[in-house]
Design a protein around this ligand. Structure first.
Ligand SMILES: *[C@@H]1O[C@H](CO)[C@@H](O)[C@H](O)[C@H]1NC(C)=O
Ligand SMILES: *[C@@H]1O[C@H](CO)[C@@H](O)[C@H](O)[C@H]1NC(C)=O
Length: 426
């Protein structure tokens, strides 16, 4: 964009001054202003990543093939899985899609100058940074090649205990009859003890009657038990539980994958796992109500570092933690951190996109915001992540917000058009 040079220069200078004044470097990460909304614009590009096509149990090697993609929101228009790490209590989770036949895309407009765009971005190591989990063994931490300079803080490791469980009921939300064109309709919903089109999984395969374990690839996906931390033999619904630090679970839909071949409806996935579809499509809304209580006595790999994040659902269906050639993550198939604590005991939640946008074929593209959401330590926080066209708006909602089985077009438009901290994309 062209501006009068002098005007531009002074704005830039002001921003730099403001950035220096307002942003703090803590543990290798910059934190600027508290925010209630972070906006990603122009998401989607033409590129490729390496998809896993086989996991060989005799050689312990994975095969990969390049796949191309393009268009708005790509590759985050592919199916996503939703991940949670303690300390966390999940009070509600829902997924909404545009009512059939509606076109949902609304252009967002928002204030500029609210974010610290001129501040250096410190990318954090991926939380998934690979830990191979073996039964009765704690995680082996790998450096997965990402940003070594940030390793001391975000170092990722991941915890390996994981999970809750859940289940799924096959009931559907076919309440779309009451939805007007432009409205969004809920297709998945969880509150403690009840779940529709939601499956809770973790990575303790082979320990409790679901999933598998092998010397090559360790524990696969498993059903997560209702306690949120052990595995189960079949789908269970997460109870009203608070997960401890280093405990993780994930949510997929209750729509089962067909066969595990690369040409199947979920692409290739590891044999003998509970395999479910994630949440696909360029337009979708995730809703969360959660609390992240403090866990000051925590130790381990991610002590008192709660997080909610999205992955390309192919990642957990092959290998979430382990050899990087056994998942598409390192080649940029996509991760969006929605709310992530980056250092022990921090009260600042950061969002960051890890994919190949700006750095095709590599998870070190993408970008994020250094503005942060306040961690909901004492009360629950409600929030949405709205994917619409090429915009992603991650927004905190008022405590009093109640979402029903449909969300009106005007409500979604108001979320998309609010003032927000702009994410900076590579
Ligand atoms: C369950 O969720 C998946 C993923 O969003 C969706 O494709 C499927 O249609 C949903 N099923 C029902 C019955 O709503
Ligand atoms: C939610 O309620 C708590 C007190 O119950 C308050 O401290 C907090 O600021 C509220 N958050 C919002 C976004 O209204």
């Amino acid at each position: 964009m062209l501006f009068l040079t002098s005007v531009f220069t002074s704005i830039a200078a002001l921003l730099v001054q403001r950035a220096q004044a307002d942003c703090q470097l803590v543990g290798g990460n910059y934190y600027c202003s508290e925010t209630t909304a972070v906006a990603y614009e122009n998401i989607g590009y033409s590129g490729s990543y390496s998809d896993v096509t086989n996991m060989d149990e005799s050689s312990c090697k994975c095969s990969q093939e390049s796949v191309s993609f393009s268009g708005s929101m790509s590759p985050l228009d592919e199916e996503l899985s939703v991940h949670f790490r303690g300390p966390i209590k999940l009070s509600q989770f829902a997924v909404y899609y545009p009512a059939s036949g509606s076109s949902s895309t609304k252009k967002a407009k928002r204030d500029e100058g609210e974010s610290c765009e001129t501040v250096q971005h410190v990318h954090h190591m991926h939380k998934r940074a690979a830990a191979v989990t073996y039964v009765e063994t704690t995680a082996t931490v790998y450096a997965d090649g990402s940003n070594a300079e940030a390793a001391s803080t975000n170092a990722a490791t991941s915890s390996t205990k994981a999970a809750p469980s859940s289940s799924s009921s096959s009931s559907s939300s076919s309440s779309s009859s009451s939805a007007a064109a432009g409205d969004w309709v809920r297709t998945s919903y969880y509150k403690p003890g009840s779940a529709t089109n939601v499956t809770f999984l973790n990575t303790l395969g082979g320990t409790a009657g679901s999933g598998t374990w092998s010397t090559c690839f360790g524990n696969s996906l498993s059903y997560c038990a209702s306690d949120g931390s052990s595995a189960a033999g079949s789908a269970e619904i997460l109870d009203d539980v608070t997960l401890e630090s280093n405990t993780e679970f994930m949510v997929m839909s209750s729509s089962e994958c067909g066969d595990s071949s690369a040409s199947g409806d979920c692409g290739y996935y590891r044999s003998d796992i509970p395999a479910f579809h994630g949440f696909g499509g360029a337009d979708k809304i995730f809703f969360f109500e959660f609390q992240m209580p403090s866990d000051s006595s925590a130790s381990g790999t991610n002590p008192d570092m709660p997080a909610i994040w999205l992955l390309n659902a192919k990642i957990p269906r092959t290998l979430q933690y382990g050899d990087s050639s056994c998942s598409c993550w390192s080649t940029g198939c996509g991760e969006l951190d929605l709310f992530e604590i980056l250092s022990q005991g921090s009260d600042k939640l950061i969002s960051h996109l890890h994919d190949g946008q700006g750095n095709n074929g590599n998870a070190q593209g993408g970008g994020g915001s250094q503005d942060y959401f306040a961690r909901p330590v004492d009360d629950t926080m409600s929030a949405v992540a709205v994917f619409s066209g090429s915009t992603i708006m991650i927004a905190q909602l008022d405590n009093s917000t109640t979402l029903g089985s449909t969300i009106s077009e005007s409500t979604v438009s108001s979320w998309l058009s609010q003032s927000a901290s702009d994410a900076t994309i590579a």
